[in-house]
Design a protein around this ligand. Structure first.
Ligand code: TXA
Ligand code: MG
Length: 329
């Protein structure tokens, strides 16, 4: 059920989390599917609702840096990044504090923990009222498009959720940028996302990509970064320069290609911020239209374009190349 976020429904959601139940809630990036991060059973319920592979660890959401520091060791460059970008669309993967009150399932057995302080007012209110830290992946079936509206959550999960908090459309529209650290504190970009690489590099120096020049035992892995991900049911064709009449068009810029059956423009004004905010909503909309394929016009790789293109490339990987749970729709 979808409930408009209000002091009463947020209070009810906080209570449900404390009882070990699942709650979907808005964040500035995408909607999250939250559960008590200290409970093995509650964390397991997330994996079940998403049909998610067990080995993919979860991000723990907390209201502020102080709360985050109870679960992870945040120092050096991690602390500088936390101070600069929290609350906001940044996730830090740091050493897990030991002993930890968190479920081992949340970290999928790793000795690191992913921590995030979202800025969305409803997420903030929920996390402040919650008596437990909240593990939350995006509130969609594993491998499918992330939800940026409460209605996407209601349509996309395995079974109906009793409580979906509606806080309008997610303003950023892309998942958080995930930063991990090599020994010595050098930051690694584990997932491009809502904060541009340049903004982070300005503060923390050059960002390495996982796998690149990592010495043995030093690489920071990003489990769950499967080739195919964020995918609609309709095939995607990238960098399209023409479009057929039985295809949909995901356009970018003032001159969309002519001839598509349906067109959705990510940003007429060529704003990457606007394109990010529209990306999943437009893909959801085109996916519902019985199209042969979705042709996607080229998006510049600069700034948020890095994360947008990452999502599009993963969504375009053919479905048969990974052992992915069966698709809906
Ligand atoms: O914007 C977001 O980050 C959204 C909202 C709901 O906060 N959440 C989200 O969660 O995108 P999810 O579960 O869809 O993606 C989490 C990513 C996965 O790729 C996972 O592998 C990675 O974070 N991750 C989590 N813990 C990790 C760890 N200890 N080490 C490396 N990667 C980790
Ligand atoms: Mg996700």
């Amino acid at each position: 059920m979808i409930y408009q976020a209000s002091p009463e429904t947020i209070q009810r959601a906080a209570q449900a989390l404390a009882n070990g139940e699942l709650v979907a809630f808005p964040t500035e990036t995408v909607y999250g599917l939250g559960a008590d991060a200290t409970s093995d059973l509650a964390a397991a319920a997330i994996f079940e609702a998403k049909a998610r592979p067990r080995l993919n660890p979860l991000i723990v959401h907390v209201p502020d840096l102080e709360a985050a520091a109870r679960y992870g060791v945040i120092e050096g460059p991690a602390l500088a990044l936390a101070r600069a970008f929290w609350p906001g669309p940044l996730t830090l993967v740091v050493r897990r504090r030991q002993p930890s009150p968190l479920s081992a399932l949340v970290s999928a057995g790793l000795d690191t923990i992913a921590l995030r302080v979202p800025s969305h007012p409803v997420a903030q209110a929920l996390l402040r009222q919650s008596t437990v830290p909240v593990a939350a992946p995006s509130a969609n079936r594993s491998g499918s498009l992330s939800p940026t509206l409460a209605a996407h959550v209601a349509m996309g999960l395995r079974a109906p959720l009793p409580l979906i908090l509606d806080g309008g459309s997610s303003g950023v529209g892309l998942e958080s940028t995930i930063i991990g650290f090599r020994s010595g504190g050098r930051p690694v970009l584990l997932r491009a996302g809502g904060i541009e690489r340049g903004e982070i590099e300005a503060l923390a120096g050059p960002l390495h990509s996982p796998g690149l020049s990592a010495r043995a035992g030093e690489s920071v892995s990003a489990p769950g970064q499967y080739a195919r991900h964020y995918a609609p049911g309709t095939p995607l064709r990238l960098n399209a320069t023409q479009v057929a009449s039985d295809e949909g068009l995901l356009a970018f810029g003032p001159d969309p290609l002519a001839g598509a059956k349906v067109t959705r423009n990510l940003s007429e004004a060529e704003s990457l911020r606007e394109a990010a905010a529209n990306l999943f909503r437009h893909l959801h909309a085109l996916d519902g239209q019985e199209l042969k394929a979705i042709a996607v016009m080229a998006i510049p790789e600069a700034g948020l374009g890095e994360a947008i293109n990452d999502r599009l490339r993963r969504a375009a990987v053919p479905a048969h190349t990974t052992a992915k749970p069966h698709r809906t729709g």
